[in-house]
Design a protein around this ligand. Structure first.
Ligand code: ADP
Ligand code: MG
Length: 682
């Protein structure tokens, strides 16, 4: 029955092979695509103006008859075409510059609808307006609220309106796909009515309800598929059942150098109870920079080792791998747990050795970069996979590592707080734990925005802090997404600073193009406190933990997104001393200034992430599309958050009910089988 949805548009009267090709270019292949080719905006032609009541400076729409054309060429290279139109109440001039061909499009006596910005000087003028010719036999273009679609040169508004109108009239099969109880509960329009009204609304109120219904449907179906995916994981992934905490775990807990915060305790118990369950853990742990996620990962790794399994932790950079290796070695040594590191820089011999030990089960925990997902890496009995800074990895990379074991538990951690909206849509297949609280004793970082006229003062401030025993970071402007060019700019800045403002201070330089050993030497110098100021590219963005560092200067701050600035800022404020972040920028653009100012008003990564998402849109937020979800056609996950929450609740209700679940599954596979398939294979 629903099949008409996927039927080719060639079945529509008036669409032959030629038109079909043109429609394909607009992304319309099936009748369903056509119905889901939602208007981009609407024009309220139920309230057409008369020419004598048009208001100067306003965007207005009026209906008139073409009277005549006058073309003038006041100077070389400029032609002005004026078309006079009249509606009985007055005359208006439609004006085009250098578009003489417009004369051929319209003829004297034609009735047209003109929309544009009105200019009243000696006469009523409207330049480059949108114009539609009225064919009196087709009332769908006038006297009501008119849909305006994404169109093309060969497929015009009129054609789209006519085709959609025809499909709505000819096909009675737009059957309901939402369960009745959901429709009733959320008082939704029925499906047929919603499609009619989204294209040809009788009023703005009706349009709003139609939109609401279709947004709900889209988000509901998406949520249902994510929930099914999760359920599938659960059912098919009978995994490892870790035992309750025993000696090692309780010893580790006792040895902790600090008391866990309440949030950490809560998250830890969520992780542990997942691990103790027979189904595989699929948990996302999100927590702001410095909130203390590493210790949770460490305790989970200890638990898997205690149960006779191996653990793996994958991180995006070598610097971070080194850092975690150090932290974990200290925690693990007294417990007799062995930990190794696997990164690209290991010598061949060492690498062979590590790989062999892993395979034989002689290593308990491995920490590494992408090197971990190479084919040669094998485990004896992998029980837990942790990925840190998940946003740096694709979903695919996570699952490759996972597949190296037999249904290991999975914990993914991210410090890019995913706005709630995003978490619901993108990570719908994961359970989410959050740490929102920072460890006690941290002082809020103070943030300032400064222009380069203050640059010397800023560097003088660094010198003062160093004299007081502190350390500092300087981040170079992000030139573009090229490590090589960023590296060059870092080198230049370094050379410049050590000859001028930071002349007498021990400085170090790190960037992505350096040899691993050199990087390590510099990082170690900074960890030990020998190096006082670290000049770096964004390689230090994740993970680096030097509590004594109290200043973060970011050059060319306008080039970074809010989430990234926040991440960089997270390198400081990790110790007992007051920390300062200074954003240097000469960009006077008010929007840029506003964006940077947000940084000075909050240290809450969740708030910043929401702002970033609003400012840059979801595509930018994640850099690349790595989540493999279908594109949304009508919903806007930012402004439709309340509908999203309702849709999620509704989806949970449906999936919990066996009968509803079966019917929605068939709807889903018919509606977007392909994308769902993609998600499964991701
Ligand atoms: P992130 O969540 O950014 O990975 P880390 O795990 O690196 O944060 O923790 C940041 C710092 O806070 C580390 O130096 C860590 O030892 C410390 N820390 C973590 N939890 C606590 C706590 N409950 N009390 C005090 N310090 C803590
Ligand atoms: Mg971390």
């Amino acid at each position: 029955m629903i099949n008409f949805w996927t039927r080719s548009i060639q079945y529509i009267k008036g669409v032959g092979p030629h038109k079909a090709t043109l429609l394909n270019k607009l992304g319309i292949f099936t009748i369903g695509d056509l119905l889901e080719h939602y208007p981009r905006r609407y024009e309220d032609r139920s309230q057409l103006k008369m020419i004598n009541s048009l208001i100067d400076g306003q965007l207005e729409t009026f209906k008139a008859k073409v009277v005549n054309f006058v073309e003038t060429k006041p100077r070389r290279g400029l032609s002005i075409l004026k078309m006079s139109v009249s509606d009985g109440s007055g005359v208006a001039q439609v004006v085009w510059f250098n578009q003489p061909h417009m004369k051929k499009k319209y003829q004297t006596g034609m009735e047209v609808i003109v929309s544009g910005k009105i200019k009243i000087f000696y006469q009523v003028e409207v330049q480059n307006p949108e114009i539609e010719v009225i064919d009196s036999s087709e009332p769908i273009d006038t006297g009501r609220i008119i849909p305006v679609y994404a169109a093309s040169e060969n497929i015009n508004q009129r054609f789209l309106r006519t085709m959609i109108n025809q499909v709505l009239n000819d096909y009675q099969e737009i059957i309901e796909i939402l369960p009745t109880n959901i429709i009733d509960k959320f008082s939704l329009f029925n499906r047929r009515l919603a499609f009619e009204a989204i294209h040809f609304p009788q009023s703005m109120e009706i349009l709003e309800r139609a939109r609401q219904r279709l947004v709900f449907e889209e988000l509901y179906l998406l949520q249902c598929s994510l929930l099914l995916l999760k359920k599938q994981h659960r059912n098919h992934h009978m995994g490892i059942k870790h035992g309750l905490d025993a000696l090692l775990s309780s010893q580790a807990y006792k040895n902790l150098p600090f008391r866990l915060t309440d949030d950490q305790e809560k998250v830890l118990s969520e992780v542990k109870s997942d691990m103790e369950d027979i189904t595989t853990m699929q948990r996302l742990l999100q927590g702001d920079v410095g909130s203390g996620k590493t210790i949770i990962a460490a305790l989970a790794l200890i638990k898997t080792v205690e149960n006779g399994y191996q653990g793996a932790m994958m991180v995006p950079t070598e610097i971070l791998a080194e850092q975690h290796y150090k932290t974990l070695s200290e925690l693990f040594a007294p417990l007799g747990i062995t930990v190794c590191m696997l990164t690209g820089k290991l010598s061949r011999r060492l690498r062979e050795d590590v790989l062999c030990k892993l395979r034989e089960g002689l290593v308990d925990v491995i920490i590494g970069t992408h090197a971990l997902i190479q084919e040669v890496v094998e485990f004896k009995y992998l029980g837990l996979v942790v990925t840190d800074e998940q946003h740096r990895f694709g979903v695919r990379q996570r699952s490759i590592l996972q597949e190296k074991g037999n249904m290991p538990d999975v914990l993914v951690m991210t410090a890019t707080p995913i706005p709630r909206t995003m978490a619901l849509t993108v990570y719908g297949d994961l359970d989410v734990s959050s740490i929102r609280q920072l460890p006690p004793g941290r002082k809020a970082i103070r943030t300032f925005v400064r222009g380069s006229d203050r640059r010397h003062l800023v560097y003088k401030f660094i010198v003062d802090e160093v004299k007081n025993g502190r350390q500092a970071y300087v981040v170079c402007p992000l030139v573009e997404e090229s490590e090589k060019i960023d590296a060059q700019s870092a080198v230049e800045l370094y050379e410049q600073l050590i000859q001028t403002d930071l002349k007498d201070i021990p400085c170090g330089l790190v960037h992505g193009k350096m040899k691993a050993v050199d990087k390590e030497t510099v990082m170690n110098g900074f960890y030990s406190g020998e190096i006082k100021v670290l000049i770096a590219t964004t390689v230090i963005e994740v993970g680096v933990n030097v509590p004594n560092a109290t200043v973060m200067v970011i050059e060319g701050a306008e080039r970074f997104g809010l989430a990234q600035l926040h991440q960089l800022r997270g390198r400081i404020g990790r110790g007992a001393h007051q920390s300062y972040c200074i954003l240097l920028s000469d960009n006077r653009n008010p929007e840029t200034q506003e964006r940077l100012t947000i940084m000075t008003t909050t240290n809450d990564g969740f708030v910043l992430a929401e702002e970033d998402l609003k400012l840059r849109g979801p595509g930018q937020f994640f850099g690349t599309r790595q989540h493999g979800l279908p594109d949304l056609k009508i919903a806007d996950i930012i402004s439709d958050i309340s509908i999203l929450l309702e849709a999620k609740r509704a989806a949970e209700q449906t999936i919990a009910n066996a009968d509803d679940c079966v019917s929605i599954r068939s709807v889903l596979s018919q509606r977007f089988g392909k994308e769902i398939g993609m998600m499964f294979s991701n």
